[in-house]
Design a binder for this molecule. Structure first.
Ligand SMILES: Nc1ncnc2c1ncn2[C@@H]1O[C@H](COP(=O)(O)OP(=O)(O)OP(=O)(O)O)[C@@H](O)[C@H]1O
Length: 248
């Protein structure tokens, strides 16, 4: 297993945001983490990437504990995350923003810029390089967030809702890019609400609800799982759906 999250919990005051959650990601796979709003998905990402310490549990990356390491050290080991709320460095161009990520493994400015250019071209941002980052559209900012992460040359990427707010054709482009990133050897764990993308991309899906992991399986298994349907649509939804299908 490339990543193992074992029995992780995190409390914010009276709220148990993550409740004894575990998951595993195999090298070379694309795994999705889904669940209703407020389920604890982003909190779990923050714990794995070192931005928030867990109260209990263990995180193993390539067999070694990364619990308690700061984000930049975890990133240096090859595990990089994107953020749901994209905040490009204002005042810097698109190219310079991407180069910030590239500086992790490229000390010389020209090397970092060369790596940034390579990533930008891969993500179809070749013509936006000199634009001020704050001028980008929502889709452009999402892509920039992906580019900054990719420029750190990660072996493992945590993607937090990189498709939110995009129109279907833009979603399709990002789906194609994520497949390409995986085929170049990067393992991917993604939080996503766009179910069509989850279904077409993921080898496995984990479902978090009120902090607890309630289901795990292939996408095809999960769409038929009553517990998952109820978590999304409310109590009795699976029964109502079944009745509707029978009556249809
Ligand atoms: N720093 C914090 N302090 C207090 N409560 C927090 C903090 N971060 C998150 N929470 C709470 O923890 C719960 C889980 O939030 P989290 O953002 O992890 O959910 P999520 O599954 O990512 O939701 P969404 O799909 O809406 O992004 C929510 O009730 C949220 O309000």
């Amino acid at each position: 297993m490339m990543l193992k999250v074992e029995g992780v919990s995190k409390r914010f005051g009276g709220l148990l945001a993550v409740d004894n959650a575990s998951l595993e990601v195999k090298q070379g796979s694309i795994v999705a983490l889904i669940g209703p709003n407020g389920a604890g998905k982003t909190t779990l990402f923050s714990i794995v990437s070192g931005f928030a310490p867990p109260d209990s549990g263990e995180i193993l990356f390539q067999g070694r504990s990364i619990k308690g390491l700061p984000p930049h050290e975890i990133c240096r080991l090859g595990l990089t995350r994107t953020f749901q709320i994209v905040q490009p460095f204002a005042g810097l161009s698109v190219l310079e923003n991407i180069a910030v990520g590239a500086h992790l493994h490229h000390k010389k400015r020209e090397d970092a810029l060369a790596k940034a250019r390579e990533v930008a071209v891969q993500l179809g941002m070749g013509r936006m390089l000199d634009l001020p980052a704050q001028d980008l559209t929502v889709a452009g900012r999402k892509r920039l967030e992906l580019a900054k992460a990719l420029a750190t040359s990660p072996s493992f990427l945590l993607l937090d809702e990189v498709m939110a707010g995009l129109i279907p054709s833009e979603v399709q482009e990002i789906v194609t890019m994520i497949r390409a990133i995986r085929s170049q050897g990067t393992t991917i764990l993604l939080i996503e609400h766009v179910m069509q993308a989850v279904m077409s991309l993921s080898d496995e899906v984990y479902v978090l609800n009120q902090g607890a992991m309630i289901a795990h399986g292939t996408p095809q298994e999960l769409v038929r799982n009553e517990t998952v349907i109820e978590a999304y649509l409310g109590q009795g939804a699976a029964r109502r759906l079944n009745t509707e299908q029978t009556n249809a």
